[in-house]
Design a binder for this molecule. Structure first.
Ligand SMILES: Nc1ncnc2c1ncn2[C@@H]1O[C@H](COP(=O)(O)OP(=O)(O)O)[C@@H](O)[C@H]1O
Ligand SMILES: [Mg+2]
Length: 221
């Protein structure tokens, strides 16, 4: 069964005449990286926020593991089933790298004693050194910060990772490094990774690339 399945998903913002997301039907499977490319304003971020359970579609249906999102506890869905990575990384500036990864685990009830060895393993898995773990995010490069954000997104047991332009602030070498990490998470660990991107290099590396235009998911590239 698909981990996410969309049937005729439409979303119209209040006070707007036009649907930002219009009649999308598709499925997303574990073990794949999906890219969604499209011009600014085509509805990519709106679609991600629907997949993340931040908004409910105004028409149609999104199902997670066969259950419609509008019947689920959305707080729990967001906390346990979805993680997000962003162009601007969204790390906590006053926490060290290590604390940034431990914090969400502690919010979910993991004790600090258990959180820190797990954070260390996750950070090592994305190539962050022990010395870097004790730095503040401002003392890391953009590529390193995004790797920390990915490690943090792995702290929950969510199998779906949503990325809104996660390589948007990175140069070519760091972009390639992030692509490699995301592909290995999907192919070796079975994550379902859905990323919005302007970057054709990212789209080319995805298992499935969709093009979005005027709210519609038009074609696979
Ligand atoms: N909060 C909002 N209220 C009203 N319209 C919005 C809002 N956010 C986005 N839109 C509109 O929805 C459409 C899709 O936006 P968005 O999903 O942000 O596109 P993208 O991420 O592809 O740039 C655009 O026409 C945008 O102006
Ligand atoms: Mg956007």
């Amino acid at each position: 069964m698909s981990i996410l399945s969309l049937e005729n998903v439409t979303y119209t913002y209040k006070n707007s005449q036009r649907a930002a997301v219009s009649g999308i039907s598709c499925t997303f499977e574990e073990g794949n990286v999906y890219a969604i490319v499209g011009p600014s304003g085509s509805g990519k971020s709106t679609l991600l926020s629907l997949l993340a359970g931040l908004d409910l579609c105004t028409e149609g249906k999104i199902s997670f593991d066969g259950d419609s999102l509008d019947g689920l506890n959305l707080d729990r869905y967001r906390r346990e089933s979805i993680s997000m990575i962003f162009q601007a990384f969204h790390l906590f500036p006053l926490m060290t790298v290590m604390e940034n990864v431990c914090f969400p685990m502690e919010l979910c009830g993991v004790t600090p004693k258990d959180a820190s060895p797990r954070a260390k393993i996750l950070l090592e898995s994305v190539g962050i050194t022990k010395e870097q773990m004790n730095r503040f995010p401002s003392k890391l490069s953009g590529g390193e910060r995004q790797r920390v954000a990915i490690a943090r997104s792995l702290a929950s047991n969510a199998k779906i990772i949503l990325g809104d332009e996660p390589t948007g602030n990175l140069d070519g070498k760091n972009t390639q490094n992030i692509i490699d990490i995301l592909c290995s998470l999907a192919h070796e660990k079975g994550y379902c990774i859905i990323i919005v991107t302007h970057d054709m290099e990212v789209a080319g590396a995805a298992d499935v690339a969709f093009r979005m235009r005027d709210g519609e998911l038009r074609s696979q590239i």
